[in-house]
Design a protein. Structure first.
Length: 274
């Protein structure tokens, strides 16, 4: 019989191989891979929102998420100018959301409308911003070094926070939201991730040592809050995992919860660096 740890490890290895492979195969393959991930995340979020009595219009929000994602990808590639096309894309999408409420058989459901808008902000925009991070890399040497650093540091922190938490965890980090997380796991994962950032700074020099360390700290802090936020959503929805697509890990939201918070924060940091 295959142990749960083995299933978790095999699933994690396959998932990591898929993401890393898309990064090394170039921005187009990465963009298409993240589009599929974004659709999977959106589907799980719609299911999660349904558990909180939000009746999201599935076809509409999926269509809106694809349009918004592709728009942000084209902006990151320099095909479109953000100041010229933003209103032309965002306003029709927003107006269509409002118009869709007219066709409801019952009273307008502003609770569901909120979740529809929130889905685009929480899922689509952060995943689309991964392509913007890719585009900020050093195109002449290693165009993928920033996006690779984000994923590796997120995974390293998550893995070692889990290991240290299981081995030494006694003091709860935020018991009301996530009872399994501990301060021992947080600090253990933090130290290992910062150590990795030091090594990574010697491989890739687009950022200096202190910038890579700050990069790692942002990933750790916002990734932790992203994890806690998704745990809070699942508690409100009364579910344990966001899905079952990744055996031993749960759903895609369970794997990307940290990325959804860390990616925008890292992007803001890199804009300040430039």
């Amino acid at each position: 019989m295959v142990s749960s740890f083995s299933v978790r490890s095999l699933t994690g290895a396959f998932f990591g191989f898929m993401v890393l492979g898309s990064i090394f195969l170039g921005p187009l393959v990465f963009a298409l891979t993240m589009l599929l991930v974004q659709l999977g995340l959106m589907w799980e979020f719609i299911r999660l929102a349904g558990q909180m009595n939000a009746n999201i219009h599935k076809p509409f929000v999926i269509m809106a998420s694809v349009v918004l994602y592709l728009y942000m990808v084209l902006v990151s590639w320099g095909v479109l100018e953000v100041d010229l096309y933003l209103a032309a894309v965002a306003m029709p999408v927003f107006l269509l959301m409002l118009i869709s409420e007219i066709f409801r058989q019952d009273d307008p459901d502003f609770h569901s409308l909120f979740f529809t808008l929130f889905a685009l902000m929480y899922v689509t925009i952060p995943i689309a911003m991964l392509n913007m991070l890719y585009a900020m890399g050093n195109a002449n040497l290693f165009p993928w070094e920033l996006i690779l650093g984000l994923f590796l540091m997120t995974w390293i922190y998550d893995t070692f926070a889990y290991i240290f938490g299981i081995s030494f965890g006694k003091h709860k980090l935020f018991e009301r939201v996530s009872p399994k997380k501990s301060w021992e796991g947080f600090w253990g994962g933090t130290l290992v991730t910062l150590g990795f950032a030091v090594v990574y700074s010697h491989w890739f020099e687009s950022l200096n040592l202190w910038q890579w360390l700050l990069f790692a700290i942002i990933v750790i802090i916002f990734g932790t809050f992203g994890d806690l936020f998704e745990s809070r959503l699942k508690r409100l929805a009364g579910i344990k995992d966001s899905g079952t697509i990744l055996p031993g890990h749960g759903g895609l939201l369970d794997r990307f919860d940290a990325i959804l918070f860390a990616a925008p924060a890292v992007w803001c940091l890199l804009v300040l660096f430039n």
